[in-house]
Design a protein around this ligand. Structure first.
Ligand code: S3P
Length: 477
């Protein structure tokens, strides 16, 4: 058993161009053809207090499941159909990569059809823009498919650590060329990829998924030990696409995942549910806005993704999962969120994997609560699209919030009344920072401005339209 090493690294970032939802299909076509898409949300934005938020709305398709649906469809025999795909730039980059590797991908009405084929070495570098999930998962899939490929991304992605994926792939026999374990990266799988037994050094679904995707093409049974459970969409989707994998609990709440190499995947239908990480902005907006009562339809409530909602409940928020059901092997529900009187809480480090992308918006909610909210176990936040501990802290401070941070923690204090607001937040080209502070502006005493809304379209292209439809006042500054 090999333990994968820890990686550190804190980084600057930069933004690619993006698009709005109302031009999604045109944008999708351009990206699939490798052409740039110009953002229509670029530039400063502002959010102001509005009437109480009310009504039903939808979050965009889950980003994690959308990437995986395209990758699994491209690997599978036959034609897969994907409904509800997130047509954000990150996912469309993955679609373009799948096409370059040999899959046929078409947008058909509102759905997507993906016909897998034998993968071939692409004749150009695969470019993933801002997307860590896209690049890391496709590295694993390329290794498993036994083709050679080179990978690149924007300035932000170039600064993020890739060693966490390259290290296990090298153990399996892949030749990986990279400087300082950063993009650009070239991979050559060659013949005879070997199964590995490894233990994840951190609860990263991207790393776990890359290993499992490579394992599909390896000789023997790959065994991954995850000491702390993290999102399991890859495992669920492997099953839905006909792969045989097995699970064994360890003694401390983690588990071993075993996957035999050489299995072919079969085409499947995927209905992508709403993204709980995007729905978090809508739920947070409702919880902090007096009089609000909002229902977000059809949201993924996989328990490995719902730590944010649990934390809101712990803070006293009026949150309910209604109409719970299952779709394509994933639990979904309509999430009802109402304005609430909140108190601060200690968020345990063990909860981090189930809410890893939600700390910026939780920090905004915490600024409206009475007392201190201390968030622990945040070291991975330092290597996301921005250093999210730093970008959240400076955004809160710019809006008059009492905030402190340490290497892996953030503490936000409030007195139960709305924070001052009135600040201009540098979003550091991070979509979740941008949306978090626009949400703050909906209920702070003065409007909140962000320096650039361009990155919002990577994960929530219809953010402005969705917010406006429930009564929010958000738009260009
Ligand atoms: C994701 C895993 C998480 C998360 C990211 C999506 C995935 O990253 O932050 O937005 O789809 O596997 P890590 O695996 O680096 O924690």
């Amino acid at each position: 058993m090999v333990v994968l090493s820890e990686e550190a690294g804190v980084l600057p970032r930069v933004c690619p161009a993006v698009k709005r939802n109302d031009v999604a299909s045109a944008a999708a076509r351009r990206l699939l053809e490798g052409m740039p898409v110009l953002s229509q949300l670029t530039g400063p934005m502002i959010a102001r207090k509005a009437r109480p938020l009310a009504g039903a709305c939808a979050a965009p398709g889950d980003k994690s499941i959308s990437h995986r649906a395209l990758i699994f469809g491209a690997l599978a025999d036959g034609a897969s159909r994907v409904s509800g795909l997130l047509e954000g730039e990150d996912v469309l980059r993955t679609a373009a990569a799948m096409r370059a590797l040999g899959a046929e991908i078409e947008r058909d009405g509102g759905d997507w059809q993906v016909r897998g084929g034998p993968w071939r070495a692409p004749n150009q570098r695969l470019y993933f823009g801002n997307s860590g999930t896209g690049v890391r998962l496709v590295m694993g899939a390329v290794a498993g498919a036994g083709v050679a490929a080179s990978f690149d991304g924007d300035k932000s992605l170039r600064s993020r650590p890739m060693g966490r994926v390259l290290e296990p792939l090298r153990m399996m026999g892949v030749t990986a060329t990279a400087q300082d374990s950063r993009l650009p990266v070239s991979l050559e799988a060659g013949d005879g990829l070997k199964a590995v037994s490894c233990k994840l050094a951190k609860p990263s679904a991207q790393v776990k998924s890359a290993i499992l995707l490579a394992a599909l093409g390896a000789e023997g049974v790959t065994r991954v030990h995850e000491p702390a459970l993290c999102r399991d969409h890859t495992e669920r989707m492997l099953g839905a696409f006909g792969a045989d994998l097995s699970f064994e609990p360890d003694e401390a709440g983690g588990r071993f995942i075993s996957l035999r190499g050489g299995q072919r995947l079969r085409a499947a239908e995927v209905a992508v549910p709403g993204d709980p990480s995007s729905a978090a902005f809508l739920a947070a907006a409702a919880v902090i806005t007096p009089g609000a009562d909002v229902t977000i339809k059809n949201v993924l409530v996989n328990p490995l993704r719902t730590g944010f909602y649990q934390t809101l409940k712990d803070m006293g928020a009026d949150i309910a999962f209604e109409n719970q059901r299952e779709s394509c092997g994933e639990p979904i529900a309509d999430i009802r969120a109402r304005h609430s009187v909140l108190h601060g809480v200690d968020v345990p480090a063990e909860r981090a994997p189930s809410m890893i992308d939600e700390y910026p918006i939780l920090s905004v909610v915490a600024a409206f609560a009475t007392g201190e909210t201390k968030m622990n176990g945040l070291e991975e936040l330092r290597v996301k699209e921005s250093d999210r501990v730093a970008s959240t802290e400076s955004g809160l401070a710019a809006n008059g919030v009492d905030v402190k941070s340490g290497p892996d923690w953030l503490r936000v204090a409030g007195d139960g009344s709305p924070p001052a607001g009135g600040g201009r937040v540098k979003v550091e080209h991070d979509h979740r920072i941008a949306m978090s502070f626009l949400v703050m502006g909906l209920a702070a005493r003065s409007p909140v401005e962000i320096d650039d809304g361009a990155m919002i379209a990577t994960s929530f292209p219809a953010f402005v339209e969705t917010m406006s439809a429930i009564g929010a006042d958000v738009g260009a500054a």
